[in-house]
Design a protein around this ligand. Sequence first.
Ligand code: GLN
Length: 283
Amino acid sequence: MASIQATLQASQEQLIQAGLVDSPKIDAELLLCHTLDVNRSYLFTWPEKELTAEQTHAFQNDLQLRLAGHPIAHIIGQREFWGLNLRVSNNTLIPRPDTETLIEAVLNLDGIKNKQAECTILDLGTGSGAIALALKSELPHCDITAIDQSQAALEIARENAISNQLDVQFMQSDWFSAIGQKQYHCIVSNPPYIEEDDPHLNQGDVRFEPLSALTSGEDGLDDIRLIINQAWSHLVSQGWLVIEHGYNQAESIAELFKETGFQNRTLCKDLGGNPRVSLGQKP
Ligand code: GLN
């Protein structure tokens, strides 16, 4: 049987040779942590420890999945977002670090962080629940509702709320269809925004994510147009709309915000320095 260190070394080399993984070292470590049910520091504390036959078998199965291109988050069944451990499946988008930009943007909004009561937030297209749960973890006094059209995604989101002990209301709704007349202080969304024929859809992790969470018409803006248009009547006066979008969509969104009447328009950049989140306020 091979040791932890030898297993890491060999699997890392296989991942490098396959050439389809950006982070072979971390991927090998995450897979082995998953197999052994330990955290990463364990691997470096006990490098000589040998795997059992059963562990070796389980690890090799997972490694083959990764070599076939499956996202690491799907293989280990979870992804960390804003310090929360979230379960993910192929029914949800895998939360991205870039989306933490949206969380920061909301937390920086005037009055949101220190508002004591009556602050209501609606998360559209919640998927795994990442945005709604991260916001709830920072804003326990806010009343947060999250919708998705996918029942399968909502099941995952509800599980994540329970496992992280965060109280968010989840509802099945096709954007605003089940919202009624209710108005919110803040509406947030990471909607699908990729162009239908974007060649990147044939590469990497996105191949294993639901297309309905990724693409939105020819220019990627179909859902964003609808959201900006309909959010207006679901925001209180002074309420904010906060939307994640593609790096090249900021100008179109500024235009849509302006046409609809949103003011105090702001743009936030993601970790790579790309325009990623736009905010607008209803006067
Ligand atoms: N940022 C994601 C990507 O480029 C897309 C997520 C989305 O469409 N909301 O893969």
